[in-house]
Design a binder for this molecule. Structure first.
Ligand code: IYR
Length: 256
């Protein structure tokens, strides 16, 4: 539906949610059409009945609590459309000054995945053998990770998230982006949730330093690789560390 048609329906008091015409009365108070400031539109929001809210919140928590990070992927194919949808969901994340300072590079090309794996393993070998301080290695030893990154070539897709540290202004000069770390972190969280919800698995892999990804994937200097995420079905014999999550009390503090 185009914007004009949408606005026309709205002026008739008809609300369109997910493409479905909804003639129920709005439960939110909006400014009248004439009060809307230029550059603004009224928020489309409908209150959910409290019982339904609780049910949805519980369901979503159960679903997300079932998510596990695995390093063991099957090579079973995943349609490109699912990857596109996951990226579109990630890109709904809020971002500093709405700059959406991210680029998601999705790779299913086997040759390119092999090149990326080789470069990642080279860096990771040095990290594990020489660069990793003991205070770090004592934490990741129980997770069973090492420099071998077969997930990069086993998974049907890998997605590399690049953070944009600069943006081109309309006057042709470069300007900074704002809160790009936070923005990309939020987008990565939404990507992970989208991938899990569609029934696939992913892993937040950080081969470090990650500069080789900019070169291999032909990204510009102001883009910085932040995460490399294999995406696919877990292998039949996939294993995960026997981890427990912190309780609500351990991760929160309330002032009622
Ligand atoms: N980047 C390495 C090492 C690593 C670091 C942390 I912190 C982990 O939680 C797991 C691994 C790698 O991806 O193997």
């Amino acid at each position: 539906m185009d914007v004009l048609c949408f606005l026309r329906l709205r002026s008739l008091g008809i609300v369109v949610v997910n493409g479905i015409i909804d003639e129920r009365p709005r439960q939110t108070t909006n400014m009248g059409e004439e009060d809307v400031e230029p550059g603004f539109i009224s928020l489309i929001f409908e209150q959910t009945p409290p019982v339904e809210m609780l049910a949805r919140a519980q369901q979503f928590h159960v679903q997300m609590n079932e998510r596990r990070t695995t390093r063991h992927f099957s090579s079973q194919e995943v349609p490109r459309e699912l990857i596109e949808l996951a990226i579109q969901t990630a890109s709904t994340a809020p971002s500093g000054a709405h700059l959406q300072p991210w680029t998601f590079v999705a790779i299913s090309n086997s040759q390119l995945k092999a090149q990326i794996r080789e470069a990642a393993e080279q860096e990771e070998r040095r990290t594990y053998d020489q660069r990793m301080p003991e205070a770090w290695s004592e934490l990741i030893q129980p997770l069973g990770t090492d420099h071998v990154k077969d997930h990069i070539t086993n998974a049907p897709w890998i997605i590399v998230l690049f953070r944009q540290s600069k943006r081109m202004r309309t006057n042709g000069e470069w300007g900074p982006t704002y809160y790009s770390q936070e923005s990309c972190g939020i987008a990565a969280g939404l990507l992970i949730a989208a991938i899990h919800t569609m029934g696939l698995a992913t892993l937040t892999h950080t081969p470090s330093p990650m500069n080789f990804l900019r070169e291999l994937l032909g990204r510009p200097d102001h883009e910085h690789a932040m995460l490399l995420m294999p995406v696919g079905y877990p292998a039949d014999d996939a294993q995960v560390p026997d981890l427990k999550r912190k309780s609500l009390d351990e991760v929160s503090s309330f002032f009622d």
